[in-house]
Design a protein around this ligand. Structure first.
Ligand code: NAP
Length: 500
């Protein structure tokens, strides 16, 4: 069972190597990918800690109506485990979650997952990590490991808006990331607050069943129309018979995302202008001039996360849909009152207000070498070394850590690159090449300075507010190409590490 990107069988644990005790925190697509690599290489002294009762991370927590991934499924999968059975170009959340769970089971990662177990604190003991964990039923305990890997995701903790009177609403309030499946939507009047990727995805399915759907929109979004093609049974059969087709799909979508869209994000180039034209053309399909004006953003497309949808504009023009641009003043028992004094009567308020982004393993606390805490290390915001490690945190790695290219590429592909890099350190530890390793402070500062210098050309810095920018307005995503990302993480620059 070998899984290097080139398709080469990875070397399994050779005689004479020691086997590290590894703990991975998080059983989403990043933690599962890390677990698969470890298991494939024979490092089976593995525990995966997951605070939820199922694996899948974001695809477990988010179950709102219309949830789909806006990255084509043929590219939102591990390149070494292509599925020939994706139902659509952009698959639904549960189908994606099941794929990752299937992978966890196939590589025997699944039985190493401790569900309902939250990691509260991790402490470097001088020779390894000691973790305080708590289970959902109130039990607590400690675990130890030689290598600790955080794969905790980036958009995890839902952001609830601070709207006066929200608690007084007589109907139900539900956040997109904590959807209540007992909620009866048929015939109801629903208000959706927020129109990021989530809020926009909800509008079509809600207008299918609700009597009234009102989208409360603070800032308009650019929307790129990409039809969601359904794959046929014949297509599945053919892709199953000819694996080269999966590869072609994967590489084709990867090229589009990384070399076309991705390059437009980091430089003002032809693809940035092409995306702008396509979004404008899509917006022009809205017939009513007043509605079109309300839907028109005043910033460059892709500055905020580009919304991919060919369903939103038709849905928002349906007779049972409405768009409200006036700000929300307060909520009262009957509904939402906007700043123009109008009461919008509702039965349900859906909060599509996003997440406390870029918290990574927080609120877990950590104390690394020399007593350095995570709070202290991140007092100016989450910072890392080449997305995967931090000074003073020995034998500690992150998948999807700070500055990962989450705004540009498929997260499955990022997890592959980062986990393959981390494996090199696991192998070095197994070969007794070090007892502890962490990146040098100066190398980390240099990386961060270089990254910030490159941010000025990115579309994120063109004047909009988004979760790609931290509280100080510093964009937190990778400002270079995918090619550079993979090159940077191909081989560890050991001279940039403290090795003992
Ligand atoms: P988001 O992009 O952060 O959008 C939050 C929305 O809520 C924005 O429209 C924001 O308005 C609005 N909002 C927040 N607080 C508000 C308040 N107090 N009053 C009124 N409006 C408020 O969150 P998201 O849509 O959940 O998406 C988050 C990320 O998840 C996306 O960027 C994407 O990366 C990912 N996602 C992906 C998919 C997918 O298909 N793969 C689907 C959904 C989400 P402002 O713009 O004015 O701040």
């Amino acid at each position: 069972m070998g899984i290097s990107e080139s398709g080469k069988i990875l070397e399994t644990l050779a005689a004479g190597k020691r086997k590290p005790r590894v703990i991975v925190v998080g059983a989403g697509l990043s933690g599962i990918c890390m677990g698969m690599r470890l298991m494939a290489a024979g490092y089976d002294d593995l525990i995966v800690l997951e605070k939820a009762d199922r694996c899948g991370g974001t695809w477990h927590y988010n179950q709102y109506p219309g949830l789909r991934c806006d990255v084509p499924s043929h590219y939102y999968q591990y390149s070494f485990e292509p599925s020939s059975r994706w139902s659509h170009r952009f698959c639904g959340g549960e189908e994606i979650r099941r794929y990752f769970e299937r992978m966890a089971r196939k590589y025997q990662v699944f039985e190493r997952i401790r569900f309902n177990t939250e990691t509260r604190h991790a402490e470097w003991t001088g020779g390894g990590w000691k973790l305080d964990v708590a289970t959902a039923n109130g039990a607590s305990g400690q675990l130890e490991c030689d290598i600790l890997i955080a794969a905790c995701g980036i958009l995890v903790r839902p952001k609830y808006p601070d709207i006066p009177g929200l608690d007084s609403f007589a109907g139900q309030v539900v956040h997109s990331a904590r959807w209540d499946h007992t909620l009866e939507l048929a015939g109801e009047r629903v208000g959706v607050i927020g129109n990021g990727s989530t809020g926009i995805q909800m509008i079509k399915p809600l207008t299918d069943v609700c009597s009234k759907v009102i989208s409360f929109q603070r800032t308009p979004q650019w929307v790129l129309p990409i039809p969601n093609r359904k794959y046929s049974g014949f297509g599945h059969w053919l892709t199953g018979k000819l694996p080269i087709l999966s590869k072609l799909y994967y590489n084709g979508y990867r090229f589009l995302m990384e070399q076309v869209l991705g390059r437009g994000i980091i430089k003002d180039n032809a693809s940035r202008r092409m995306v702008a034209k396509l979004c404008r053309w899509n917006l022009d399909s809205v017939k009513d001039a007043d509605l079109r004006a309300k839907l028109t953003p005043d910033y460059t497309p892709m500055c905020k996360r580009l919304v991919m949808s060919s369903e939103f504009y038709p849905a928002i023009q349906r007779p049972n849909a409405a768009l409200v641009r006036a700000g929300i003043d307060h909520v009262e028992p009957r509904g939402i009152v906007t700043t123009d004094g109008k009461l919008h009567e509702l039965d349900i308020i859906a909060l599509a207000t996003g997440f406390h982004a870029n918290e990574y393993m927080l609120p877990m606390t950590m104390t690394g070498a020399h007593g350095v805490t995570l709070d202290a290390a991140w007092q100016d915001g989450p910072r890392g070394y080449r997305t995967v490690a931090m000074p003073n945190f020995p034998n500690f790695f992150m998948v999807m850590g700070p500055h990962s290219p989450v705004g540009n590429f498929s997260l499955a592909s990022i997890a592959e690159t980062q986990s393959e890099y981390i494996m090199k350190f696991v192998n070095l530890w197994a070969e007794r090449k070090f007892e502890q390793v962490y990146p040098r402070e100066d190398a980390t500062l240099r990386f961060n300075a270089e990254m910030l210098a490159n941010m000025k050309d990115t579309v994120w810095a063109t004047g909009c507010k988004s979760w790609y920018l931290d509280e100080k307005g510093v964009p937190g995503s990778w400002p270079w190409t995918a090619t550079r990302f993979r090159a940077d993480l191909r081989d560890p620059k050991l001279q940039e590490y403290v090795i003992a």
